[in-house]
Design a protein around this ligand. Structure first.
Ligand code: NDP
Length: 330
């Protein structure tokens, strides 16, 4: 049955320009890395995606390997799009990526032109789309010349399979070089997707400056540190949480006493700001001017609603920032 979206879906979300491009992205974007695979309940995945759309989350992020099994999140997304959101394709920014192992043999992984373009064609079929809005090189491949990977992104755009080109998890130097090559090809690098949260600030060293200089937007993935920067683990590891699931990167041993001590301190600060910890973690990522969008994951509809409500208070006083730094330093 076709979903009837809320008329008010654009009333509360804010949209920010992605670097120096014309592309506007919602402050909160939704990623389908987990909870949208074949192993997950379709009706639940559908509810989350439709609620996100109703809240003005126009950007949905995928990767060829999201699932499990790999590829199945794109299939789930394609099914929901076809059954519920087909008339709204032009209101959506859909991204996907290639860079990790997808199929056996020498052409199913990495950064070669062969892999990237074949993978993009497969992604389009799974999502039942003619084009994606953003196509990313998912990670740098030291064994493929950067020129080749960037030329493949340029080709994806020129052939109409993608509207914009992006890169993910490239360091500052790789980003500078990739951006230069893409510029020379006439397809600018519009967006970078790095991991960024209060617990992982590697981009602050150098990358953020390159993004500013080159006018590249920044969409921060895992802004909640996969759930650590929420109240999820305050009283142990729930059986239905990501840390307890076998197929996820976050594992029980990551939930240490040290981490939880800091989480408790941060949760107190969030409470004083009138926010949940998850909301403060998102507000913190978004208060950096270079960050275009916070790319969240969710296992329930309430997580998405909580994230959008974070936008009510994105301001940090210098006193709050000082307290926050103090907690993170411990
Ligand atoms: P987050 O850091 O937002 O973690 C999401 C998890 O946090 C949820 O699954 C849930 O965990 C928990 N959570 C979320 N909101 C709340 C809340 N309000 N209260 C309590 N717990 C909450 O992001 P992800 O790690 O999921 O990554 C987001 C997206 O980023 C991915 O879907 C993908 O699109 C992208 N990504 C890109 C990568 C890349 O290499 N380019 C790599 C990784 C991610 P639980 O499931 O336990 O309930």
């Amino acid at each position: 049955m076709l979903h009837r979206p809320l008329d008010a879906r654009y009333d509360t979300m804010s949209y920010q320009r992605c670097g120096r491009s014309g592309l506007l992205l919602p402050a909160i974007s939704l990623g389908l890395w987990h909870n949208f695979g074949e192993v997950d309940r379709y009706t639940h995945s559908r509810s989350m995606l439709l609620r996100a759309f109703d809240l003005g989350i126009t950007h949905i992020d995928l990767g060829n390997n999201y699932g499990p099994p790999p590829g199945s999140a794109e299939e789930t997304f394609g099914r929901i799009l076809a059954s519920d959101l087909a008339p709204y394709r032009d209101e959506l920014i859909v991204s996907t990526k290639a860079g990790y192992r997808m199929w056996p043999g020498p052409y199913g992984d990495g950064g070669s032109r062969k892999y990237l373009l074949a993978s993009l064609d497969q992604s389009l079929r799974r999502m039942r789309l003619d084009y994606v809005d953003i196509f990313y090189s998912h990670r740098p491949d030291p064994d493929t010349p950067l020129e080749e990977t960037m030329t493949a992104l340029d080709q994806a755009v020129r052939s109409g399979r993608a509207l914009y080109a992006g890169i993910s998890s490239y360091n500052a130097d790789q980003t500078r070089r990739a951006s230069l090559i893409l510029q020379s090809l006439g397809t600018p690098c519009v967006i970078h997707q790095p991991r960024y949260s209060m617990f992982d600030r590697w981009i602050e060293d150098e990358l953020i400056q390159v993004l500013r200089e080159d006018g590249i937007g920044c969409i921060a993935f895992s802004p909640l540190a996969q759930g650590l920067l929420t109240d999820r683990y305050l009283s142990g590891i729930p059986e239905d949480s990501r840390a307890a699931l076998p197929h996820t990167e976050l594992q029980r041993e990551h939930v240490t006493e040290d981490v939880i001590d800091r989480v408790r301190g941060l949760a107190d600060l969030a409470r004083a700001r009138g926010q949940t910890l998850a909301q403060m973690a998102l507000a913190w990522v978004l208060h950096k001017p270079e960050v275009t969008s916070a790319l969240i994951g969710a296992s329930r509809v309430a997580h998405i609603e909580d994230a959008v409500a974070a936008l009510d208070n994105r301001h940090f006083s210098s006193d709050e920032l000082e307290r926050l730094e103090g907690i993170l330093r411990v």
